[in-house]
Design a protein around this ligand. Structure first.
Ligand SMILES: *[C@@H]1O[C@H](CO)[C@@H](O)[C@H](O)[C@H]1NC(C)=O
Ligand SMILES: *[C@@H]1O[C@H](CO)[C@@H](O)[C@H](O)[C@H]1NC(C)=O
Ligand SMILES: *[C@@H]1O[C@H](CO)[C@@H](O)[C@H](O)[C@H]1NC(C)=O
Length: 664
């Protein structure tokens, strides 16, 4: 009960204090509790109608000086009237009872800049302010109060005084930017946050003076509705208020903004927001024609079937404008593909598989157009129907099968039938006649019946021919239709020739040399053009009287003949005839020439004169011829001299006579 009373008392005192100092009640009440209490105490002690700041010593608290807190003085900014103006505060000291005192103040706003803003009546202790205060410049001053006896005998300890400048609403709120820029996709829904604007107010943020609110004053254009946007009055966020933004019609809005303090009722500031409406995919591409009737050739891949232009209301070249296409029906066989043309406003259908008129002569395709990005809102998708008529073209007859393989033995009679190889004409819609001929027949072995496709032997075939590879002979047969522009199909006939033992074994070597004494056996190799089964192992016999002078046997693989001289023969040329058999029993007599030399062992040297002396004989012969010629020339010369001798006989006789005379 007692505490309650004291509490009520102190609250009342605080209120009194606040009223007495003439300050804003709420800000006064905002002061700290202890300060209030102290202020109340101080007030109670003084029993004055104005606040009194007493030096602590006089209330006997010298020892507890630090705890002695003087309540701050509040004084409003922007005071008008005559200056110096009394602040309703008086400094006092109990010392003044005994001694007349001087009062003084020091600190910022007294003896430090801003100098002499505050003054004190040195006799009475009343505080004065000499000019209007500005909270936005300086909101608090710390001063020290001094009291000293006029005779200098005593002196108070300096006492701290705090003067708080009370805010007045003397500043307009100001937007932080002249113009705020923002953008909004046209398909945005109500509530879409576009941007946030901000403003500041220099007044005390703890008061309503700086409590600002935002509003939109106007919207240009006011279309399609005047209130397309709203602003959060506290946060400054600008939101979409109504749907119906349309970039294509109203690409930009200018909002005139206002900010006002005192929660929207005080001073105002103006601002501007420019909002650009950006494109959303709010238009679907539209086919210019919804139905096409086109034709496409059969059997052609990559043929352009149709080009389908579209239009789109969205921003050109944007993904919301660029078209994409799909065939949603009629392309189950996958014969068609649709792609977007380079201008992005055109669908192009091409064939990706050869069309077949005979199988399906008409396709009905359903095509839809979309954009590269999804529609921003539900839109009706444009569709087009494309009727594709397949054009019949003359197709070549097709052999069945395209490559036919038959297997026959190589010794077919000329004129015998090998096979029937025919082609079918795919052009079932036309009635065409197919005829046949040989296209390629390297060995000229085949005949084909023009009408029936029956293939016959034209000349004997040979598995061992060089045009036969691995026993296979390839020929090309052609089939032509009788269209005005004929088409020709080609079939490949592969004839596997089965071997017949039609080739006897052959000794490769035609001749050899050996010595007639102690010569090593001669190895002769045997070959046979036939295939396996008709070749080695071979057998060989000597034929005729060769047996007298030679022996013959096969080597171990029976692919070579070992021939040996039985008796030393005279030097000379001998024919050795051997009958060689293949494994199929087919044989042939092979004649080999043996040059027998008169020598011993393996170093074959034929010392026969006719051969060894040939060089010398030839030279001697040449010399002899030359000598003979010389002799003939000599004889001729002698013959031609006979006549001049008889003519000049006198001279000779004279000469002779002279000789004679000389002798005699
Ligand atoms: C179809 O066209 C598209 C677009 O040009 C392409 O990417 C795709 O490979 C084509 N498909 C076929 C099977 O050709
Ligand atoms: C066998 O040798 C004799 C001489 O020794 C010769 O007269 C004869 O012609 C030879 N016969 C054959 C077939 O070489
Ligand atoms: C037999 O002779 C043939 C022909 O000269 C040869 O190719 C083959 O290698 C010989 N066989 C043996 C086992 O020496």
């Amino acid at each position: 009960m007692h505490t309650d009373t004291s509490m009520i008392c102190s609250v009342l005192l605080v209120l009194l204090w606040c009223l007495a100092t003439g300050i804003n009640l709420s800000s006064c009440l905002n002061h700290k509790g202890p300060d209030l209490k102290e202020a109340a105490k101080s007030l109670a002690k003084g029993h004055q109608d104005h606040p009194v700041l007493e030096f602590p010593k006089s209330v006997g608290l010298r020892r507890r000086k630090r705890e002695w807190a003087i309540p701050p003085i509040s004084y409003p900014e922007n005071e008008r009237g005559t200056f110096p103006k009394k602040i309703n505060v008086q400094i006092k000291s109990s010392l003044s009872k005994e001694n007349p005192l001087w009062f003084g103040i020091t600190g910022e706003g007294a003896d430090q800049p801003p100098k002499n803003l505050f003054t004190v009546d040195k006799n009475s202790g009343w505080l004065y302010v000499t000019m209007p205060l500005d909270r936005e410049k300086k909101d608090k001053y710390q001063l020290q109060a001094h009291a000293v006896a006029r005779d200098g005998s005593v002196k108070e300890q300096p006492m701290d005084i705090e003067i708080n400048v009370i805010d007045q609403n003397d500043n307009n709120p100001v937007f932080t930017q002249d113009t705020f820029l923002g953008s909004v996709p046209e398909a945005s829904n109500k509530g879409f946050e576009i941007m946030t604007v901000t403003a500041t107010d220099a007044d005390d943020p703890n008061t309503d003076n700086a409590d600002i609110r935002y509003t939109i004053l106007s919207q240009i254009p006011a279309l399609p509705y005047p209130n397309m946007f709203t602003i959060n009055s506290v946060s400054g966020a600008i939101l979409v208020e109504a749907e119906g933004l349309d970039r294509e019609k109203y690409p930009e809005y200018t909002l005139e903004l206002q900010v006002a303090d005192l929660q929207g009722k005080g001073l105002t500031g103006k601002g501007k927001a420019i909002i650009t409406v950006t494109d959303s995919n709010d238009y679907a591409p539209q086919f210019e024609k919804i139905s096409y009737n086109v034709s496409a050739p059969e059997n052609k891949m990559g043929a352009v079937v149709v080009k389908m232009p579209v239009t789109d209301g969205d921003e050109p070249q944007s993904p919301a404008w660029a078209a994409q296409f799909r065939i949603i029906n009629g392309n189950s066989g996958g014969f068609f593909n649709i792609s977007t043309g380079p201008n992005k406003q055109e669908g192009i259908i091409t064939t990706v598989k050869p069309l077949d008129f005979e199988r399906n002569s008409k396709y009905i395709l359903l095509v839809i157009a979309e954009n590269e990005v999804q529609f921003a809102k539900p839109l009706t998708t444009s569709t087009a129907t494309v009727t594709v008529n397949v054009i019949d073209v003359n197709e070549a007859p097709v052999f069945d099968p395209e490559k036919k393989t038959i297997s026959i033995s190589e010794n077919q009679e000329v004129g015998s039938e090998l096979t029937v190889y025919t082609a079918n004409d795919p052009d079932t819609a036309k009635s065409q006649k197919v005829t046949y001929r040989v296209g390629s027949d390297p060995a000229g072995w085949l005949n084909v019946d023009k009408e029936t496709g029956v293939i016959r032997v034209k000349s004997y075939m040979d598995r061992e021919s060089h045009v036969v590879k691995d026993g296979r002979y390839e020929a090309l047969i052609l089939a032509m239709d009788n269209d005005p522009v004929p088409a020709t199909g080609t079939g490949t006939l592969v004839i596997e020739l089965q071997d017949v033992n039609d080739n006897p074994p052959v000794i490769e070597e035609r001749s050899f040399k050996l010595c007639n004494k102690q010569s090593a056996p001669v190895l002769l190799s045997v070959t046979d053009k036939d295939g396996p089964g008709f070749t080695s192992p071979y057998n060989a016999d000597l034929v005729g009287d060769g047996q007298k002078n030679w022996t013959v046997r096969m080597n171990s693989s029976r692919t070579g003949i070992i021939l040996e001289l039985k008796t030393p023969l005279e030097q000379g040329e001998y024919n050795v005839v051997m009958r060689v058999y293949d494994s199929g029993g087919l044989f042939q007599d092979n004649s080999v020439q043996a040059s027998v030399c008169d020598c011993t062992g393996d170093e074959v040297k034929c010392a026969r004169i006719g051969e060894a002396g040939f060089g010398l004989c030839a030279i001697l012969g040449i010399i002899r011829t030359i000598l003979t010629l010389l002799l003939m020339v000599l004889v001729l010369l002698l013959l031609t001299r006979k006549k001049p001798l008889s003519v000049d006989s006198r001279t000779t006789e004279e000469t002779a006579g002279q000789d004679y005379q000389e002798h005699h």
